[in-house]
Every structure is written in C-alpha cells, then in structure tokens.
Design a protein around this ligand. Structure first.
Ligand SMILES: Nc1nc2c(ncn2[C@@H]2O[C@@H]3COP(=O)(O)O[C@H]4[C@@H](O)[C@H](n5cnc6c(=O)[nH]c(N)nc65)O[C@@H]4COP(=O)(O)O[C@H]3[C@H]2O)c(=O)[nH]1
Length: 894
C-alpha cells in the first residue's frame, strides 16, 4: 500500500516541479525512518541545486509529459517566448503555451502547425535540432529530445545575434579577399564612423600593416583634425539622411606625406528594418587627372593674370605654387636678373626657407655660382644632382646644407629676343636628377615665367616712357601734374610754399641749329643732369619738350631769397663750360617763377604763370629769372591773339613786300633789292617782321608765308623786267623752318616758273645757323638751287659758328656782314677787324661781300677803303614799296 501510494506520489510528482516533489516525499515519509530522511534531504538538496542551475541557465528549458502537459520550465524559456512565468505553471498544455506564443509574436508558425511538428518529432526516438525563425524576427535554436515515456525535454537558445555576427564575419572574410585586390580604397564603417572593414590598399596607405589594424579606427586616427572632421561631417550626413554621397573630390595626405586627390562615394548600409547602421565607402585616386586639370586651369589663370596686368610677384608666386602642386618634394624658385645683367634678385620662392632666400638675393652671376648663378652666366640649364659634391656649389654648399637642399636644377629664363631675364630653379631634398615629368614642367614653367617677366618689363618701359622724357630720363609733362598736386597738398597742410619754375635754355636753338642735333641733345642732357644735381630729392624737374623744363620746388619756406639762391645755383651749374665737338659753349637759361599759393592755387595756373614769367625773363634780355607778376599774363594773352591773327593774315591778304636796294659800292648803282615783309595788322597797323616772324616760325606758319613771299618777289621782279627796267636780283629771306621743308627746291621751281623769272635773278638769303644745322642736306639743296641759276647768300655773317672749311664747300655767291659789325665800324677797332676779315675772306673764296645797315658816310668810306663789294642801308634807302623801286630803277636807267 505504502509502495503503491509512494508510486502514485511519484507519478503525481511528474506533474509538479522537482522541488515540490522533494517536499512531498519528505512530508509523506518525514520522521519515519532516519536514513530515508537523510536520503530525502539529500534528494531535496540535489533538487534545489538542479532547480538553481535550471533557473540560471542561458537556454530556455521545458519538460513535457506524454499528455503534452508542462512539467517544468525555467525563466529563460518564459523570457525567450515572452510568455509570463505565472502562465507557465506545471500542467499547462503545449497548445495553451503555443497559443500564448502566437499572441506574443514568438511563434514560428500557427498553433496547429506547431503541434503537428512537435508531435511528429516526438513520434520518433531521435533528438532533433532546428532553428526556428520567430515571427518577431529572432531565431531560436531548438534542441528537442523525446523521452521514452512519450514526454520530451527541449532547450531553446536565442541565436539571433550570433547568426548575425557569424554572417558578418563570414561575409567579411570572403569580402576581404575580394576587396584586397581592388586598388581603390574600400571600407565599411559603423554609425560612429569606425572602420569595420578596410581593404589592403587603404590600410597600407594609412600606415597599417594589416587590414585588421584598421578595425575600430576612425579618420581622427589617420588624418589631421580638420580633414577628419570634414570626413565625419560628410558621413554623418550620409548616415542621418540616408542619401549617398557620390564622387565627392577630396584631398588627403597619406602617411608618406604625399598629397592625393580622391573621388569618394559613400553609401549608407541598412539592416532588415531599413535602418541605417553604417556606410560603405570607395575612393578612387584621381590625382593624375586632377593634376592635369589643375595644370590646365592653373596655366589659364596665370595667363589671364599676365594678360590683366597682375603684379609680377603674384604671377610668379602662383606659378611656383602650381608647379609645386604638380610634383612631390620639389620647391620652386625664380630669380630675376637686374638691369645691369650682373646680379640675381629674388622673384618668387614660396616654399624655400626665408633665410636661404635672403642669403641668395643679390648674388652675382658667374662661372661657379651654384646652379642659378652659373646657369645665367652660361646661358644654359645647369642640373646639379648632388649639391654636396658638385664643385659649382663649393661656395654655397654650407648654406644649402643648412636648409637641407640636396639637388638644384636651374634653367635660364630667356626673352623672345634671346635676352636672359632670370632663372627658374627646382630644389629637392634628395640627391637626384629631374624625371621626365619634371623636365616637362621645367620647360612649361620657364616659358610662362619668361612671358610674365617680359610683359612686366614691357609694361614698366611703357609706363616709364609714358611718364618720362626719353632723352634726359626726366619725368615728363604727364608726371608734372601728379607731382605738383602732391607738393601743393603738402604745402597746404604744412603752410609752406611750392615754387614752380619754368626754365628755357637761351641759346639752345642756335647751338642745335649750328652744331647739329647731336650737340643739341648733349646740351639738353647735360643741362638736365646739372639741374638735377642742384635740387633735393623731394623736388622734381620735368622736361616739357624742346629746351623747356619745369622745376617744382616742394616744401619751400616763404622766402623769395631762398628760392632765388637755389635758382642761382642752377644758373651757375648750367653755365659751366661744355665741350661740344670742337666748340666750347656756355649755356644760359631764362627762369620764370610762380609760387603757390600767392601766384596760383591750381597746378595749371601755376605752370602758366611761371611760363609767363619766363617770357618776361626772355624779354628783359634772357639769362635771368623773373618772379611772376599778374601783368605778365596780359602779354601772354597778346601772344596768343597774335598767333590767331597771323593764321588769318594770308587769307586776308594783309602782307606786303617792301624792297630795300643793294648798291654796288664801286659803281653806286642798284644791282639788287632785298624783299622785306610787312604785315598790315587790322588794329596795330603796319608791323615789322620782328613783331611776327618769330611767332610764325614757332607755329610753322612761316612755311606758307615764306611761300607767298617767294612767289610775290619773283612776280614783282619779273614785272619790273616786263616794263623794260634793267634786270636786277631780288633777294628773299628763307627761314630755317622753310629750308628744312623737303620740297623747298620744288617750291622755288614753282615760283620761278609761275612768274617766268629766270633763276639768276633770284637770290635766297640763308642764315649761317640754318646751313650749319645739317651741312649735308644744305649742300645738296644749295647745289640743286644753284643748278637752277638761283644765287645763295649768307645773312648775318659773323654771328654764328660757321666753319670756314664747310663754307668753302657751299656754292655761296655773297656774304652779308651783319649790321652789328657795321654799326660802329667807323670807330670800333674790333668791328673794323671783323668787317675787314670778312671782306678779305669773301674775296679769297670768290664770294661777293655786302655790308648791311649802312647809315653813314663814315661807314661807306670804311667799306670802300676795305674793298667791300656792296652795301645796303638807310644811307641809300630804307625798304620801300615796289612802286618806289620802280622809280629808282627808272632814274638809274636814265
Ligand atoms: N636800323 C637800320 N636797319 C636797317 C638798315 N638797313 C636795313 N635795315 C633793316 O635790316 C633788316 C635787314 O634784313 P635782314 O637782316 O634780312 O633781317 C630781316 C629778316 O631776317 C627778317 N625778314 C624780313 N622779311 C622776311 C621774309 O620775308 N621772310 C623771312 N623769313 N624773314 C624776313 O626780318 C628781319 C628784319 O627785317 P626788317 O625789319 O625789314 O629789317 C631789315 C631792314 O629794314 C639801316 O641802315 N639801319
């Protein structure tokens, strides 16, 4: 009975937990037998241990009886299938459990399917294991073990993560092999931008031995913070927006220090729930293409900079940067050859050390001056592969070593005309010769640098020429305004004066005309140099043109005496003797001064007033200086008016010719007349040549006026002949300006043919200075005139610089002794000496000599005594009208 009831109890115990079973046994048999009790206690302890193990095991466990009722389960089972523990009481059926699981979403199938599966497994005696994919996405590995009594025990393990990890690992291993073959960078990162996968190429360029070493790193471990931050920002955007980043160009510096351009694509990685949990990236090295692009755009930009006149420093700097961006480990430098062609000056070297740049700035070129100095000296490229060994660097080796420069390849920069402009050099920190790509870049860079430097030189020259006078190198009119305005601003601020001095060389025209243009140029240059030597660096002297200069004395005290002192220094300096060929000349100048603010406030009015003052200085006898006075402007205005009126005079037939007879001293007969022009001015009445000829010469109006005189004189002379008067010669004055006109001979031919006058009745009076201006041209013209029968005489003889040797070569018929020697010839021994010398000289050269301005009997007597041929002057007749000449000639005939 006891065993029966015990058996029953044991059977019952299958429907309760093990602990409950132990308690039941103890209460049934408690206290009856001590050994049994001990066994039971032991059993109870074992059951407790077992219960503890079962409760804490990581797998879910459940035990069912043959009626599919739960005997026991542990908390993990309840946890895995999300069935509350209070429901999993012993006795609950499998169906009921599965119903709960379906409700909790933790069943892999419907209740019936599940029961069918469980029963089919139980029907066999073999344990089975399967992975159940639960409705909630997890995978549970089930171990099902049938019991002999028809019940079963099963364990349940949640392997979701394990499977995922294994999947990743499996995939990674196979992927790794694959991606290691790819030369591009490939990687996978998690949501924190940590590398999960990286290919070999990326690992190697990141300085890591294996791809595993990359795992867990971020870009902050590999790149500079700015770059890493940029990468992280890009990736965050991909991770947060889920939008891929396609072909983004990025510049990175790898472990070797080399810069690389990458085209990167970053694509988000999503899990089954479509959540982004990382990204996959691929980066393609586009450095080569990028460099070519950069070279092309850089080249275009630099050419544009050159074309738009960017400063040379900027152009060369940009060029060096461009060149350096193309090559690794190369530092570029441009040195410019100075004006004298002897020293090299810093041009551009953005990456060379400042100490080195300063040390070589100004180095003289030579046969052994490193690579650059030698290249320019030899005018050919010099490649030094090892600075430490090459003898060309002997004197500069220590310097180069200090900065670590080991090789230097220099190429002269040459202009289109073949002039060396400077030198381009590539420095490297290693011993080597240029590679092909480098040689290509050397050629390219040298050519562009040449264009830039040449362009700059041309611009400088244009600028200089636009602002300076080529002959003297002084600033010109264009700079005057600028300098004067600055000086005025300064004077205004500091309550000072500015003196504007107009300077005109007095005897320049004469020297230029008589000694030739070269002598004139030398005089101008010397005068300019001497004036510059007398002024301070803040003052400006400008050549306006011809022999006109303007001096701007800045920052002057309000003291006329001090200004006069400075000008006196200038006068003395200008008047220093100057040897021009065979002649020693002393130049003088007339100065006109206008002071700011008294004589004008604007630059233009100051210059105009100084000019008016200079005219005054000329008027009062030259070689002096005059301070401006307001009335000077009235005169300047009058001069201006005169020019305007002179322009109209020809059209209005306001000119007429008077004729002054020339007398043969021996026969006392009129043998010629000199045609002398008069202007019947509308308001001033009759004007003598002195009142308008200088203005006509200045303005060039002398050419048409002279033409008119020539025609009129020929016409009149022919008219006298036509009325039966004894033929005489008419003498016409020719000014320098007329003589220099190329078609003078044609004009004379025209005048003769139009009037039908024979050439031998025309004489042209030239001045000494005029024919000495260009002796060659004068001889040619004179010979042509002579071949027409036209005679030539020299006016004002004795006042100029005629060379006697030259005189012999001219076809001259008459010399005219200047009036200044005749005036006092009766009393002044010097004048007598000159006059008699000219007379005997003329006779020796077979020329007739005529004295001019003869007024007195004493003068006539002297001339007769000295065998002078002819005379002209008031003694016989003043210049008279053609009608009066006609009468004089008629009386002669009678
Ligand atoms: N005190 C004084 N003067 C005397 C005496 N005898 C002649 N004269 C003046 O001396 C000048 C002589 O002419 P010139 O030396 O060729 O000097 C001329 C000549 O160089 C220039 N000239 C005159 N007509 C023309 C012309 O048609 N063309 C050019 N290019 N120049 C001219 O103007 C200058 C002055 O001419 P004019 O005033 O007509 O002055 C004339 C004449 O009137 C005298 O006994 N006493």
């Amino acid at each position: 009975m006891a065993s029966k009831s015990a058996k029953k109890a044991v059977e019952d115990s299958e429907s309760v937990g093990l602990a409950a079973l132990a308690k039941l046994v103890r209460s049934s048999y408690g206290g009856r037998q001590s050994d049994l009790e001990a066994k039971l206690q032991n059993l109870e302890a074992q059951a407790l241990r077992l219960a503890t193990v079962i409760d804490n095991i990581s797998q879910g466990i459940c035990l069912f009886d043959p009626e599919e009722r739960l005997i026991l389960s542990n908390p993990r089972y309840s946890e895995i299938y999300r069935v509350p523990p209070e429901r999993l009481v012993p006795g609950i059926t499998l169906r009921e459990i599965v119903v709960h699981r379906v409700a909790a979403g933790t069943s892999a199938m419907s209740v019936d399917e599940y029961l069918a599966l469980a029963r089919s497994v139980n029907s066999g005696a073999i344990s089975r294991t399967w992975a159940a994919d639960l409705a909630d996405g997890r995978t549970v590995q089930v171990y099902h073990h049938p019991m002999p009594d028809g019940g079963w025990v099963s364990t349940h393990e949640d392997v979701t993560e394990l499977i995922a990890t294994r999947q990743i690992v499996d995939e990674r291993i196979s992927l790794q092999t694959l991606i290691d073959w790819v030369p591009d960078y490939l990687w996978v990162k998690d949501s924190e931008s940590r590398f999960i996968v990286a290919n070999r190429s990326l690992a190697a360029d990141s300085g890591r031995e294996t791809t595993r070493d990359m795992i867990g790193l971020t870009d902050f471990d590999l790149h500079a913070p700015e770059l890493a931050s940029k990468f992280r920002a890009d990736e965050l955007s991909v991770l947060q927006t889920g939008q891929p980043m396609i072909d983004e160009e990025e510049f990175v510096v790898d472990r070797s220090g080399a810069g690389k351009w990458l085209s990167s694509t970053k694509v988000p990685l999503r899990n089954d729930r479509n959540d982004v949990f990382g990204l996959v990236g691929i980066a393609h090295d586009i450095t080569g293409r990028k460099r070519e692009d950069m070279l092309r755009t850089g080249q275009a930009q630099i050419l544009e900079m050159i074309a738009t006149g960017a400063p040379l420093d900027d152009v060369l700097d940009r060029l060096m940067h461009l060149m350096e961006s193309q090559l690794t480990g190369i530092l570029g430098s441009v040195l410019l050859l100075d004006k004298e062609g002897r020293h090299l000056r810093h041009g551009a070297a953005p990456s060379l050390a400042e100490g080195y740049i300063n040390a070589i700035d100004g180095v003289a070129i030579g046969p052994k001056v490193g690579s650059c100095g030698t290249a320019v000296f030899r005018r050919e490229p010099v490649v030094v592969a090892d600075i430490m060994r090459d003898p060309l660097w002997e004197d500069y080796r220590d310097l180069a070593e200090r900065y670590g420069y080991r090789s230097c390849w220099s190429t002269p920069i040459v202009s289109h005309q073949g002039a060396v402009l400077g030198v381009f050099a590539m420095y490297s920190m290693t011993v080597r010769e240029p590679a092909e790509a480098e040689t290509r870049l050397i050629n390219f860079t040298t050519r562009i640098a040449g264009i830039a430097i040449e362009r700059k030189k041309a611009e400088d020259q244009i600028h200089f020429m636009a602002n300076h006078d080529v002959l003297t190198g002084l600033p010109n009119r264009a700079l005057l305004q600028d300098r004067l305005s600055q000086a005025i601003l300064h004077a205004e601020r500091y309550d000072r004066w500015v003196s504007v001095v107009f300077i005109d060389l007095d005897n320049f025209k004469l020297i230029n005309d008589t000694l030739g243009h070269n002598a004139g140029d030398r005089l101008l240059k010397t005068a300019a140099e001497r004036m510059v030597g007398c002024i301070s660096s803040t003052d400006t002297i400008v050549r306006l043109g011809g022999d006109e200069f303007v001096l701007v004395l800045s920052d002057q005290p309000k003291n006329v005496d001090l200004i006069a002192e400075t000008l006196q220094k200038l006068r003395t300096a200008i008047a220093e003797p100057l040897q021009l060929g065979d002649h020693c000349v002393r130049a003088t100048a007339s100065f006109g001064i206008a002071n700011y603010p008294k004589d004008g406030k604007a630059p233009e009015s100051l210059v105009a007033n100084a000019d008016a003052a200079m005219y005054r200085a000329k008027e009062v006898g030259r070689d002096n200086f005059q301070f401006y006075a307001p009335e000077f402007n009235t005169r300047a205005h009058e001069r201006f008016l005169l020019q305007e009126e002179l322009r109209n005079a020809l059209e209005r037939s306001e000119f007429e010719l008077l004729y002054q007879p020339q007398i043969d001293l021996r026969s006392g007969q009129i043998m010629a007349v000199e045609a002398l022009i008069r202007w019947t001015h509308p308001t001033h009445g009759t004007m003598a040549p002195v009142g308008f000829i200088p203005t006509a010469e200045e303005t060039g109006l002398i050419v048409p006026i002279g033409d008119w005189v020539l025609h009129e004189a020929c016409r009149q002379n022919k008219a006298w002949q036509d009325i039966g008067l004894e033929p005489i010669t008419v003498s016409v004055n020719v000014s320098a300006r007329q003589f220099s006109e190329k078609n003078l001979v044609e004009r004379v031919v025209h005048a003769l043919s139009e009037s039908d006058l024979e050439g031998c009745y025309l004489e042209l009076e030239l001045t000494e200075s005029l024919i000495m201006q260009d002796v060659g041209l004068a001889v040619t013209t004179m010979n042509k005139l002579q071949s027409l029968g036209v005679q030539i005489s020299i006016d004002d003889f004795g006042t100029g610089y005629s060379s006697l040797t030259a005189l012999k070569t001219f076809p001259i018929a008459r010399l005219k002794i200047d009036k200044s020697f005749i005036d006092d010839v009766a009393t002044n021994e010097d004048d007598q000496a000159v006059a008699s010398a000219v007379i005997s000289l003329g006779q020796k050269l077979n020329m007739r000599v005529i004295a001019e301005g003869v007024e007195t009997d004493e003068q006539v007597a002297f001339l007769r005594k000295n065998n002078c041929d002819e005379m002209q002057g008031y003694h016989f007749s003043k210049p008279v009208s053609s009608r009066q000449i006609e009468r004089l000639l008629e009386s002669r005939s009678r």
